[in-house]
Structure formats: C-alpha cells, structure tokens
Design a protein around this ligand. Structure first.
Ligand SMILES: [Mn+2]
Length: 414
C-alpha cells in the first residue's frame, strides 16, 4: 500500500503583478504541474486554497482552472484532486461546478456544511483517498478557510475564540476520521489558516494577517495521528512548528519583490501503510525573473547607466520579460527621474514595476534639533524650508531652490 501526493496552494489565478497580466506565467506553471503529476506518478493532488485571486474571478482565469483539471485528468486518468477554498476564493462559487467535477474525480470543499439539527456535517469534510489501483489508502480532513460561525463557538475558558474554535474543529474532525478509518490507513489534513509563528514575507500584500495573532492557530491543532498536513495561506514555503510533516507549500509564483529568493515549490509526499515514507519539495522553474536594479540604492546617474546596459527588446511579446524594480538614492528632488527611466526602458526587454526611492539617513544640523513652538514663531520661511528639506532628503537645501523660494516669498510679500 502506498500513496503519492502532491501538495500545492495559493495559485491566485488571475492575479496581476503591478498591473501586468500574469496569465502566461500561470499557464506555464499549470503545464509544468500537469507534467510533474505524470513524472511523479501522483495519485492525489491537494490544492490548499486561494485557487483564484479574487472572489469573482475573470472568465479567462476560470477557463484556465477548468482546462487544467481536464488536462491533468487526461494525462493521469487515475488522478484524484482535492481542493479547499481559501480566503480569496468565493466558497460558493468554487463549489458550484462540483456535480460536473465528480466526473473528473475532483472534490471541492468550499465551506462548512450543517446537518438538519445545525451541527457541523463532519462526514462532508472527510474525503477518502485512493491509490491508482482504486484501493482506499486513507482519509483527508478537508477544512476550508474558516469564517466566524464556521467553527465551534467559544467556551468559558477560551483565551482566543478563533484559535480555540479551530483547534476544537480539527480535534472533533480527527475523532470522526479515526472512527471511520482502518488500521494502516493514512489520515492527512488540509487547512487554509495562519499557524502561529509561520514566517511571512516582509511585505505580503495579498494576505491580510490580523496583527496580534488573533486569527491564528497553534500547530498543536494538528495532532500526532496526522501523517501529513497540507497548508495554504502563507506564500513562503515552510515547515510549521518544527515538524517536517506540517507544511505550507507556498505560492507557485512570487507575489512580491520580497519573495525574490524564495524557493517556490510543490511538495511531494509518499505514504506507505499510512505513514510518511518521504517528503520532497520540488522546485518550480522560474518563468519570469524579478530584477532589482541596482541591488542597493545608488545615485540617479548610476541607476540610469545601469538601466542603459539592460538588453534591448527583440520581440514585442512582453509576457516573459523580467519584472523590474528600480532603486534610487535621492539627495534632492528629481521630478524628471521617472520620465528618464521610462525613456531608457522603452526599448529594453524588461517590465517596470516600481521605482523605490530612499533618502540618505545622514544626521543634518537641522534634524538633530527639535523645533519648539517659540522657534516656529521666530523662524523665517526659508529656514523652515531648510528644516523640512533636511528632514526629507538628509542634505542641505540646494542654492537654486533657495533662490527660487526667496523669489516666491518676495512676490507674496509685495
Ligand atoms: Mn489566503
């Protein structure tokens, strides 16, 4: 008895990157994934939420998703696919095609269902896992992104109703799963949730994490009876709670420049007789590079020179051109800088995403002294400007600006 699983999450299909369409990149990932399912002889594909970037995905994003399901099934006829909804997905919309998806051996769990008496329908959250021979190898606890009211209500001594409720939900579901499974069968779990102490990317713009950990759960929620836990929600691939078998697969594509160095991956898990035999991350080939020029901020002239050295465009098909973040160090304002950058990049094989500006952190005479209310009464407008300029740019007010400013002050006074 053995079962081969691939775990992925956070596809965010339809996501744009600084306004650029990513469908070509997303297609390349999906094609790579369906080939990987074949080469790894996968029995079960787990997608742990955030299939789409928004609750109301575009027609093209939905088309790509259904096309993937069809292609994966064509390439691996025995493949089973299990999908849970993430916070970006509409649970109901994601579940809508389920009557058809039965035909593709695909299960989608969008939300927590209730039985007639209002209890959670535990059995609806358990999905049997089958190997290529059609033998049952285990059960998957399929827990989608949980909203208030989905998980059991707070009890008297709960410090945090979210984490206590979610832990209780996994606990009860685990009991139910153990009742329904046979010895030697694997129990695995899926979740789309922030687990305490998981590492976020420095500016994870697509995940709203509630500060203070109110909407997070402890790794203890996932009991030792679970052979593997396939998580989604956090874009950085990682183990959780120091355990090899509780993992975020991370997102297949970088979602921000802070993820430049991430090893974007899917996770291959091989189970034998209900236990983990092997867990192996598989790196996803990079189809579009993230370029930072220069690596650390430099004065405008150096930056423009570095941009001039970029390779010229040889095609008008820009979808695979690297995304470019320009980093510049300003010691004084340069309102024409963006225009100069755009002029140079017109013929270059890159796509500009943003210009990151920093100002020197030098302590000037002005910054070191705090102004009192009395000072403000007595300062001349030009001295005030000197203070403001120094605070922003960390350097002295240029002579030309001082002359212009004095002219304005004079005209105002006349
Ligand atoms: Mn998410």
């Amino acid at each position: 008895m053995s079962l081969r699983i691939l775990h992925t999450a956070d596809w965010h299909l339809g996501q744009t990157f600084f306004g650029y369409d990513r469908m070509v990149e997303q297609d390349m990932f999906l094609t790579w994934l369906s080939d990987t399912l074949v080469s790894h002889k996968t029995d079960v594909l787990l997608i742990a939420g955030d299939v789409f970037d928004v609750a109301n995905p575009s027609a093209i994003a939905q088309h790509r998703f259904f096309r993937f399901l069809k292609e994966a099934k064509a390439k691996c006829p025995q493949l089973q696919i299990i999908i849970i909804a993430g916070n970006h997905d509409s649970a109901a919309r994601l579940e809508a095609p389920t009557p058809l998806l039965d035909e593709l051996n695909t299960t989608i769990i969008g939300f927590i269902k209730r039985t007639g008496n209002g209890d959670i329908d535990w059995d609806a959250l358990l999905c049997p896992l089958f190997n290529k021979e059609g033998e049952r190898e285990g059960l998957c606890l399929c827990v989608p992104y949980l909203r208030q009211g989905d998980y059991p209500p707070a009890e008297e001594n709960d410090e945090n109703s979210f984490s206590a409720g979610v832990e209780r939900l996994y606990h009860k579901l685990g009991e139910q799963a153990r009742k329904k499974s046979k010895p030697d069968e694997a129990l695995i779990a899926m979740g789309h949730v922030y687990v305490n102490n998981a590492q976020l990317s420095e500016n994870d713009r697509s995940e709203r994490i509630v500060i203070g950990g109110l909407e997070s759960v402890g790794a203890e929620a996932f009991g030792d009876y679970l052979a593997y836990v396939a998580l989604g929600h956090i874009h950085k691939a990682q183990r959780v709670g120091g355990k090899e078998n509780i993992r975020y697969s991370g997102s297949p594509l970088p979602m921000s420049f802070s993820e430049t160095r991430y090893n974007h991956q899917v996770v291959s898990v091989i189970l034998e007789k209900g236990r983990v035999k092997e867990i192996t991350p598989i790196s996803i080939p990079v189809s579009v590079e993230l370029l930072r020029i220069p690596q650390s901020q430099q004065p405008p002239e150096n930056v423009l020179d570095a941009l001039r050295a970029l390779p010229d465009k040889t095609t008008e098909e820009t979808e695979l051109f690297p995304y470019l973040e320009v980093r510049v160090l300003f010691t004084e304002p340069d309102p024409g800088f963006r225009h100069k950058v755009e002029e140079i990049l017109k013929d270059k094989a890159v796509r500009l995403t943003s210009i990151q500006i920093v100002y020197p952190q030098k302590e000037s005479n002005y910054r070191s002294s705090r102004l009192s209310f009395n000072d403000l009464q007595n300062l001349s407008p030009v001295t005030m400007l000197e203070h403001a300029f120094a605070a922003k740019y960390g350097s002295d007010l240029p002579v030309e600006l001082r002359i212009l400013f004095n002219e304005i002050v004079r005209e105002e006074g006349e």
